[in-house]
Design a protein around this ligand. Structure first.
Ligand code: CTP
Length: 319
């Protein structure tokens, strides 16, 4: 079996803050990068042994009914009931059924995007994936506007929309949802307890205001399948981040994958400070209780794939 070197070394993911931005310098430089079609196809095939993005992107209506009990993936002892609203919003067919795109952009949320001027380039891709309802309008020059799929961890409702404490925050969220204008809203509703009410609030808002989004709720097996794939390739992640989940899914329906806003380090390649998120004041070292991520380890794996031409990482300016 042909091996894909993903982790690149057997050393554990020790983060040496003193020189990490040097250590993570991206080679080859952007202009010299070439897409490796053979490798991309091989990775797609390998990932298909663990999961099928077309199916695992969302639970479908036919497979659940209101009142069904679901055990949270990371809190097996806690359960939730499938509400009428959730049931209403489950898609009948996969939003990715028979979809194939020439190029896809996956936009992570690192502050490395600020002053990147990458907006235009990002918007030129056939399919653009964004994470956690990150704002675009005010940052369009650097992050673009086009959104075909956007994720929303339930914690975003707390972090970015003050748990909808009053009408102003509810309106803010509603406006953001309206702006999605027909794109896929991907809500990991079954991962961890604690997001239950937040998911319900969003579902209710979408139905009440007839928001034009195509909701998707990842399958119960997705997380473990993604982790299984990366473990097999010696990338020992506790819980894949949204960004890594999106890359793993995208291999199924994207021929070429371009990553922007993936840079989990406080200094850029020229030793300048980088914000954790391009749009808020969260600090490095932040990990929500529900998501003990190992972003630098994931980054190392993605960087290796960049070096082999399986994906392209952009961590500097686009123009
Ligand atoms: N990301 C990155 N470097 C950063 C911040 C984010 O590489 N400094 C990437 C990660 O792949 C991350 C994605 O961008 O998954 C989206 O960012 P964020 O919304 O912070 O991701 P989550 O993984 O969903 O984080 P959390 O569980 O804390 O909500």
């Amino acid at each position: 079996r042909a091996e894909v070197v993903i982790n690149g070394s057997s050393s554990p993911a020790v983060v040496d803050r003193s020189n990490e931005s040097i250590k993570h310098n991206i080679q080859p430089a952007s202009s010299k990068w070439r897409h490796n079609q053979t490798l991309s196809l091989r990775i797609r095939k390998q990932i298909l042994k663990f999961l099928d993005a077309e199916k695992d992107i969302s639970v479908l209506k036919g497979t659940l009914k209101p009142g069904d009990i679901i055990h949270y993936i990371f809190d097996r002892d806690s359960t939730m009931n499938v509400s009428q609203n959730l049931y209403e919003l489950l898609p009948r067919t996969s939003p990715l059924k028979n979809k194939h795109f020439r190029t896809c952009a996956i936009v992570g949320n690192s502050g490395v995007l600020l002053n990147s001027g990458c907006g235009q380039e990002i918007d030129m891709h056939s399919f653009v994936i964004r994470c956690n309802l990150a704002p675009v309008q005010e940052y369009a020059r650097d992050v673009g506007l086009k959104t075909d799929l956007v994720t929303m961890n339930p914690s975003v409702i707390q972090r970015a929309f003050e748990d909808l404490v009053n009408a102003t925050w509810r309106e803010k969220l509603l406006q953001r949802l309206h702006s999605l204008n027909g794109s896929i809203l991907w809500i990991p509703a079954f991962m961890a307890r604690g997001g239950k009410e937040r998911v319900e609030w969003v579902n209710e808002l979408i139905l009440k205001h007839q928001v034009n989004v195509r909701t998707a709720y990842p399958s119960l097996r997705l997380l473990h399948a993604v982790r299984g794939y990366w473990l097999t390739n010696k990338v020992h992640i506790k819980r894949p981040t949204t960004g890594l989940l999106m890359y793993t899914l995208a291999t199924r329906f994207c021929n070429q994958i371009y990553l922007y806003g993936f840079w989990p380090f406080p200094l850029d390649q020229n030793q300048n400070p980088v914000k954790y998120h391009y749009y808020d004041s969260l600090k490095y070292g932040y990990t929500s209780q529900a998501s003990p991520h190992t972003m630098p380890l994931e980054f190392k794996a993605l960087k290796n794939l960049h070096e082999q031409g399986a994906l392209k990482l952009t961590v500097g300016r686009c123009d």
